[in-house]
Design a protein around this ligand. Structure first.
Ligand SMILES: *Cc1c(COP(=O)(O)O)cnc(C)c1O
Length: 297
């Protein structure tokens, strides 16, 4: 795919040191999918790669996809479609605002057509999957089986032979299901661990089993900090400190919660001295252009 010359793939792996990783005696590696592209958020590219492969092999004319007003997936799709010259439409949840936020402005800059639909109508239409009049419909967040395929590359391009635990933030669970499927296929010894960023007891773990037939994955559901796109003072202070200490910016919606969970799991002894952890930085930094612009950091 000629889009690869626009992307940094394979993404590098960085060994990070902070006072808390030193105190815990762990090695913390970060798989830098945030460096894949400034706007095409890390795991959103991983999900789109399989989707675009499928698009190229079939007889489609355009892509239509779905997202909220601050969606990393919408903006990633808009940028990828501009590079590949694929016409695309974004169906945005909610009424059209007087002033579009910067995430949606960037979608338009890349040439995505935006259509606003009421929350009720959105729920119905996001169920649309497959092909209608040669339009490929992709669910919110790039979720679904096609989206898992490219997530294999996160592990395929990385030597994980000495890694004890691999961590990733989970929204729809598509990325972790790709990681877990690959880990099983290639009999990797690392444990795959997810941090749920939405409220809801064990819903990712249940989805993984039911939708993807994936087992043996650990999903932590207690580190959502109040729910999807919610933050609390502890999370913001943690991100602030981490960013200053490492020079790596985390986003407040996904990767910040994942890293805070890793920190807390060190403190409560679930991650033990001497363990080697690889966390996936799934990107999401455009999150700071959206609602988080209001946060007091
Ligand atoms: C969308 C997103 C996720 C969640 O990925 P899923 O495949 O939906 O679980 C994680 N991190 C970032 C930065 C994201 O933008």
């Amino acid at each position: 795919m000629d889009i690869l010359s626009h992307l940094t793939i394979p993404s590098p792996v960085t060994l990070l040191k902070t006072p808390w990783t030193e105190a815990a005696g762990i090695e913390l590696y970060l798989k830098r999918d945030d460096l894949i592209h400034p706007i095409i958020s890390g795991n959103k590219w991983r999900k789109l790669s399989g989707i675009f492969d499928h698009y190229a092999k079939s007889d489609y004319d355009s892509i239509t996809t779905f997202g909220g007003a601050y969606s990393n997936h919408l903006v990633a799709t808009a940028a990828s479609c501009a590079i590949l010259q694929v016409p695309c439409t974004g169906i945005v949840r909610g009424e059209e605002p007087k002033n579009e936020n910067s995430v949606l402005k960037i979608c338009r800059l890349y040439g995505m057509e935006l259509e606003y639909v009421s929350r009720e109508a959105y729920k119905e239409s996001n169920r649309t999957e497959g092909v209608i009049q040669r339009v490929l419909y992709i669910a919110e967040g790039g979720a679904g089986k096609l989206g898992t395929i490219g997530c294999h590359d996160i592990l395929r391009e990385t030597d994980t032979s000495s890694i004890d635990k691999i961590f990733v933030a989970c929204g729809t669970g598509t990325t972790i299901s790709g990681l877990a499927t690959y880990a099983r296929e290639f009999a990797l010894t690392s444990e795959v661990c997810g941090v749920q960023v939405l409220k809801g007891d064990g819903y990712i773990a249940a989805d993984l089993e039911q939708e993807y037939g994936v087992e043996g994955v650990t999903v932590y559901d207690e580190y959502h900090c109040g729910g999807y796109a919610k933050t609390n003072e502890e999370l913001i202070q943690f991100i602030k400190k981490f960013t200053r200490e490492t020079g790596v910016l985390l986003d407040p919606i996904y990767t910040g919660k994942m890293m805070l969970a890793i920190h807390k799991l060190c403190l409560n002894g679930s991650i033990k001295k001497g363990e080697r952890i690889m966390a996936v930085h799934t990107g999401g930094l455009t999150g700071w252009f959206g609602k988080s612009a209001e946060l007091n950091v």
